[in-house]
Design a protein around this ligand. Structure first.
Ligand code: BJ8
Length: 385
């Protein structure tokens, strides 16, 4: 019989509420005179801000609250992540956007690039020119130069000096955080996993809204130890019979938890997230020996994302995760009008077919109007496994 956990809800709750509670934390940070940088993408090298003793925060919005306001400017058939994030900027409803002294965007997808132009009328914006190729000498040189340019901008805007030593220290600290989060989600390589996919997502998503670095790593450590102890004592929040699902595709969190809920309500469990909310960010470490700027540039440029061509690193990470987490099926979530992920979904589908791995792609937005449809489609997929 499945033993129900008593201590675990507290562990996950602290992370689940981090985004809301983070609003107060952000106000306290500003009151202390600490600078804040907002960013939108996993390619943004957070070590630069850490080395400047600034706080950085993810600005990608995950709710449809401000989409009507955004649609007064942006076309309605645009990705909800872009519309919603812009909507929060023009309505001043997101304290993270509001408090950001500098907003760093990047040339990833066309919709974001053009939205940043509009955002620059409201906020202090810096754009990183991200190449679309990962292994040519030109792409590597451009990206390294772009990170050097970001360092200059941060130094100028905040009146700080970012030394090599400070960058090295930031690399070490961010590596520690990556290692811990990886150790955390790798708990779900166990069979049955010691947590649901929804709980795993809440920790991965919530961790980015904890702004005191030492407190954050301590809390992740505590979460790992508590989950392990509960498992050793026999707690089994997930039945051994639950099919094991890997999620890939666009970034997740907030309202898109509906996809995870639909999978888990159908009796399966999400064991791994390949997307930007999960392994894509944490799997690899930045090299600690040698020139820190080159190491940071090389590390970030190798992130697998559908904005890259070719995007081999995404396929490699998927294969690795499918093996390590002993996955029974793959669910790809694409956001409406995200062309790069939608087009790449065809190649992912073929790849899974070649590996005899059951695969389904669902397209969604930030509304809740498709919850019934998601549960029907994903329920049928899970039943087939
Ligand atoms: S590294 S996944 S965070 S680009 S905004 S591409 S959903 S149409 S977010 Fe992304 Fe960086 Fe890649 Fe990750 Fe599509 Fe929407 Fe564009 Fe999006």
């Amino acid at each position: 019989m499945v033993k129900i956990s008593t201590e675990l809800p507290q562990v996950f709750g602290g992370f689940a509420e981090a985004r809301q509670n983070g609003f107060l934390a952000m106000k306290a940070i500003k009151d202390k005179g600490i600078g804040v940088v907002g960013q939108f993408c996993t390619y943004t090298p957070l070590e630069v801000f850490m080395a400047a003793d600034l706080v950085s925060v993810g600005l990608c919005s995950t709710s449809d609250e401000t989409i009507p306001a955004a649609e007064s400017v942006l076309p309605s058939n645009l990705c909800p992540l872009i519309k919603s994030s812009y909507g929060f900027a023009i309505t001043d409803k997101c304290p993270y956007m509001y408090f950001s002294d500098l907003v760093v965007g990047e040339t990833t997808c066309d919709g974001k690039v053009k939205m940043y132009e509009l955002l620059a009328k409201e906020k202090n914006v810096h754009i990183l020119e991200l190449p679309r190729r990962q292994n040519t000498p030109e792409a590597k040189a451009l990206w390294r130069a772009e990170i050097a340019r970001l360092i200059e901008r941060v130094e100028k805007d905040f009146g700080v000096e970012i030394t090599e030593e400070k960058l090295q220290d930031a690399i070490r600290r961010r590596n520690t955080e990556r290692r811990l989060l990886k150790e955390f989600y790798e708990l779900s390589t166990m069979s049955p996993p010691p947590m649901t996919g929804l709980h795993q997502l809440q920790v991965l998503f919530g961790a980015q809204f904890k702004f005191d670095w030492q407190e954050k790593v301590d809390e992740i450590r505590k979460a790992i130890d508590t989950i392990k102890k509960a498992y050793e004592e026999g707690e089994r929040p997930v039945p051994a019979s639950a099919p094991r699902i890997l999620i890939t595709g666009c970034p997740m969190g907030g309202v898109t938890e509906k996809v995870v809920k639909a999978v888990e309500d159908a009796g399966a469990v999400v064991v791994a997230y390949e997307n930007c909310t999960g392994a894509k960010q944490m799997e690899r470490q930045v090299k600690e020996e040698g020139d820190p700027l080159t190491n940071i540039a090389d590390h970030y440029l190798q992130i697998g994302c559908s904005v890259m061509t070719p995007d081999d690193n995404r396929f490699e990470l998927l294969d690795d995760l499918m093996n390590r987490f002993d996955v029974d099926g793959v669910v790809e979530m694409t956001l409406q009008a995200c062309h790069t992920y939608a087009v790449e979904a065809y190649s992912i589908k073929q790849h899974m077919k070649n590996k005899n791995m059951p695969y389904i792609q669902v397209e969604t937005d930030y509304s809740t109007s498709d919850v019934g449809q998601l549960s029907t489609r994903l329920g049928a997929f899970i039943e087939m496994l």
